[in-house]
Design a protein around this ligand. Sequence first.
Ligand code: FEO
Ligand code: CA
Ligand code: CA
Ligand code: CA
Length: 613
Amino acid sequence: APAGAGDGFGFAFKELKRGVDRTHHVADGYDADVLIRWGDPLFDDSPDFDPYKQTADSQLKQFGYNCDYTAFFPLPQGSDKADHGLLWVNHEYTQAEMMFPGLVPEGQDRYDHAHITREMAEVEMAAHSGSIVEVKRGTDGKWTYVKGGRFNRRINALNTRMTLTGPAAGHRRVKTSDDPDGRTVIGMLNNCAGGFTPWGTVLSGEENIDGYFMGTIDQNHPEQRNHDRMTVPSAWTAWGRHFDRFDVNKEPMEANRYGWIVEIDPYDPSSTPRKLTALGRFKHEGAGVTVNKDGRVVVYMGDDQRFEHVYRFVSKGRYNPDDRKANMTLLDEGTLSVARYDADGTLTWLPLIHGQGPLTAANGFNDQGDVVICARIAATLLGATRMDRPEDVEVNPVTGIVYVMLTNNDDRLPDLPHHSPLSTVNAANPRPANSWGHIVEMLPPDGDHTADSFKWEILVKAGNPADPATGATFNKATTEDGWFSCPDNCAFDHRGRLWIGTDQGTKWQRTSGYADGVWALETQGSLRGTARLFFRVPVGAELTGPTFTPDDQTLFVAVQHPGSDGVGDYTKSGARGGSFADPGTRWPDFKEDMPPRPSVVAITRKGGGVLGV
Ligand code: FEO
Ligand code: CA
Ligand code: CA
Ligand code: CA
């Protein structure tokens, strides 16, 4: 254990009872207050939310849908103020069936893409990407957002122009009819988790970008191998019916412009978001940032799909605390690597460099642009370990140990021939039917995050320890409320304590039978591997975006898709223009004429103080 860690970092709070119902719950002695909801007005001229009269113009001025990653940026910039700041919030995706009244016909369980009008598609695009909103804690200890705050901004997939930087900028394979230079993209898609830099920018990860594309691509098209590996197109939305760029047949390169980490300056509302292609293209979950002792900036990243990989980027240049402008381009150049976890506990970082090893023209890599666009294919060629869905990768700010959330993967089944050879287990992913996920620690030697070789070990295998079939390995001090399934997002507080958010998805009845939430997890000392329930979300929601304020007195979390996973009953919706069905909860408004609304919640201690002590 690192110096100073003692016998665990020590959480102290009365554990919450597990359960599942219409609303959210927090441990005794704490408040969990809704801060901002889908549709809440951000600007002085924003219309009030009316789910029966949605337009792209109104959505562009309102908080977006399905909030995910959050990050807190103190105001004024450069201060460590903990009661006033800017909150960055990702808007991962839209659910037309939950957003538009009566979209799903009576007696059916899904809607038809033919019923999505151009205006509805534009509303969905406007509800994507992210929000920047000024937030304040009052003398009563309660947080509010500032409507009309001068930094407030909606970044969206309808009209926000973004710049490609790094090796794929201007590349032949990112050029389209609308952008023959291959440098300017409209919007970002499926922004799941993220990270933040010490120079005060947010990094936002584009995850399941395949869902936005439809059409069919010629099986002999040069992009076919690339699109197959990214499962493009998956046609979750109907946007391609109205916008050619989302039809792979018409614009086969458009999908190559998504699947990146995007850097955004929240302190400059006129700044242009930058897609950092040097960090590779895959289904990005988040971005765990640390400054190495030599000043180089290191970003750890997970690629969230079954059998995909864990990556690391090391900047070429060095962080200079006195030169924000120079820091702004640090992530444009550096070395991207991918992890191989060996059974002896060694982790080797394999660099993705054009011309090295198999990354040559013979394998389809003509330059570094090809390598970053097809990072997955390159990584597998190098022999990277196929993982159980890598979600957040975060660095403990006190110990420097890096934590990988592996959410689940029940596809390592030897009796599924189409998954062979992926069906085999490996040391870092040891369960063949891993419905519950696990957490891997990565230990840099002497704290050197740029080293070629680390050590690794499994911190905990999740699932119900009372059911031996799960193979769960929580510390025996964990109570019947304390174990969890499907770790996804996580956050360290400034004391180096780990807080885990879960996302069991539609199979939650089987993976635990209870709601997702926030669990505190001991990482050191004799309590290592002890988890304790702190907060839980309403039925059908997942817990995303945990973020602590600099004083550890507030935990922001995003409650995503309430009433959705495994409980939705949209079939009771009336005709188009009709009402919203009650899918099990109308959180947080609980009004007959309101659908459930994804919202950000602020968790504080009654009477104030640091959380969990
Ligand atoms: Fe959007 Fe990997 O969760
Ligand atoms: Ca999600
Ligand atoms: Ca996630
Ligand atoms: Ca997830």
